[in-house]
Design a protein around this ligand. Structure first.
Ligand code: F0G
Length: 458
């Protein structure tokens, strides 16, 4: 007998949430009322919500059970110690500081280390990381390899840092102006692409040469480890958990959003080996988040994360997770729609600039496409392009490197039929692409404008 090839969801569903069906006409009204900003929509007006994979995971029965044993003591809760040992099992840093989500960890870290003359390199900074660095008056610089910016490149590790450029960059700016170097795994803004172990090692070597600490933005660490296992020579037979430990053994610290590979709905942390920094970060934590054994989380959140961290490194889960993203990417690609290749870990990225060549980047082709996907099928994706990155701190605007629409896939939430529906809607928008129009901001804040800005058609 042969082994069946179909990769099934390695779970069954015990609890469900209804989806409210809507018509195109209703959706046109909703999106107009939301000023064409998908973040402004009411989520019960959305059929398939692919806005983010953050905080949207379906929790397991085990996690819900763990929530019931959460201990809400202000200080020294056993839930904190369970959380701590689950984190340390994967990322053995000396000091662990819980936070309510990833950006709180970034804020604490950069408030402590970043000064106006500083620059912080990364493969690609996520938007909150960049904003937290810029909020200190420092500069955030992206040094991903050239293949990472080429939607067609089949490079297996398109999230890799450009090692030569990093080295040259630090020499040029002076190591004293680089308080730390970051590596985002997987590389969210650049397409959910993984970073190889070899590249983590080489980044570390450059940092060592210049005496600079390396911090990992660890949000999707388990997905990254799975790609290493599949694609990097020498790792096929290594258990994921060991790959994870090896990844973090090259770093001096990390920031983490447990809303991604923590399989939790809220939470995060900051971890590091430097005691002096940890003391300062804890003091800041107490000022902004809470005491050092809960950091803005309840005991039950800490329990949910502890259980989630055990589940996220299970290989059946990761095999299904990455296969399901690849399934959506393959089927969308087969309709002729240009996407970032190869498929990333948590999302499919449609190349809106290429799909809509008649819309110039400064008229936000990604936003126009995202709005149309909502109107056509109630699908909520997210523009990752000029609307998100085009506005600079000095008030000038220029096209982002790419104009993408991200369809992020929540963990363990949607079935294959939901994804078949998504593919059908994308195909239908593709057929109608020539009718899509450019957009403009009619109101925008100075930073992170994509969250709250208002759009209209030009
Ligand atoms: N770093 C990366 C790589 C991220 O993707 C995110 C969040 C953060 C940091 C911040 O974490 O949301 O817990 O404060 N990304 C979400 C997304 C919002 O949709 O990609 P957070």
């Amino acid at each position: 007998m042969s082994i069946p090839k179909t990769i099934i969801e390695p779970f069954r569903i015990k609890s469900v949430e209804p989806i409210r069906m809507t018509t195109r006409q209703e959706r046109e009204q909703c999106i107009r009322a939301a000023h064409y900003n998908l973040f402004t929509l009411h989520s019960d007006d959305v059929l398939i919500d692919l806005l983010t994979d953050s905080g949207t995971a379906s929790m397991s029965a085990r996690q819900w059970g763990a929530i019931m044993v959460g201990d809400e003591s202000y200080a020294g809760s056993p839930s904190f110690y369970r959380f701590k040992s689950a984190v340390e099992n994967l990322m053995p840093f000396k000091y662990l500081i819980p936070t309510h989500q990833g950006r709180a960890a970034e804020s604490i870290l950069f408030t402590m280390v970043a000064r106006p003359h500083h620059v912080i390199p990364n493969n690609t900074h996520f938007d909150t990381t960049r904003a937290n660095i810029e909020a200190q008056g420092s500069e955030a610089v992206d040094l991903v390899i050239a293949e990472g910016r080429d939607p067609d490149s089949g490079h297996p590790f398109k999230g890799n840092m450009d090692i030569d450029r990093l080295d040259a960059f630090i020499s040029e700016r002076g190591a004293e102006n680089v308080p730390l170097c970051m590596l985002t795994i997987t590389n969210n803004s650049g397409g959910g692409q993984p970073v190889s172990m070899e590249n983590i090692r080489q980044t570390r070597a450059v940092c060592d040469r210049h005496g600079i600490p390396l911090f990992i933005d660890a949000c999707r660490f388990a997905e990254n480890a799975w790609f290493i296992k599949q694609r990097e020579p020498g790792y096929r037979d290594k258990p994921v958990i060991e790959i994870v430990r090896e990844m973090f053994s090259h770093a001096d610290g990390c920031t983490m959003s447990a809303k991604k590979d923590g399989l939790a709905n809220i939470g995060g942390w900051l971890a590091m080996n430097n005691e002096g920094w940890a003391v300062q970060c804890r003091n800041r934590l107490i000022l902004t988040e809470g005491f050092s054994t809960y950091g803005g989380l309840s005991g039950r959140d800490l329990e949910a994360i502890a259980a989630g961290l055990e589940e996220v490194v299970q290989e059946d889960y990761l095999r299904y997770r990455i296969a399901s993203t690849e399934y959506v990417a393959r089927h969308i690609s087969e309709t002729g729609v240009p996407i970032m290749k190869p498929a990333g870990g948590h999302a499919v990225y449609i190349d809106a600039r290429r799909l809509l060549p008649h819309i110039p980047p400064l008229q936000y082709p990604g936003q126009s496409l995202a709005v149309e996907l909502y109107k056509e099928g109630g699908i909520r994706g997210c523009e990752i392009g000029t609307a998100m990155f085009g506005l600079h701190p000095d008030g000038t605007e220029s096209p982002a490197h790419m104009d993408l629409v991200r369809l992020a896939i929540p963990r363990r939430m949607y079935t294959q039929a939901h994804m078949d529906y998504v593919v059908e809607v994308v195909a239908s928008v593709y057929e109608n692409r020539e009718n899509l129009r450019g957009m403009k901001f009619i109101r925008q804040p100075k930073a992170l404008r994509h969250f709250t800005g208002r759009f209209d058609y030009v």
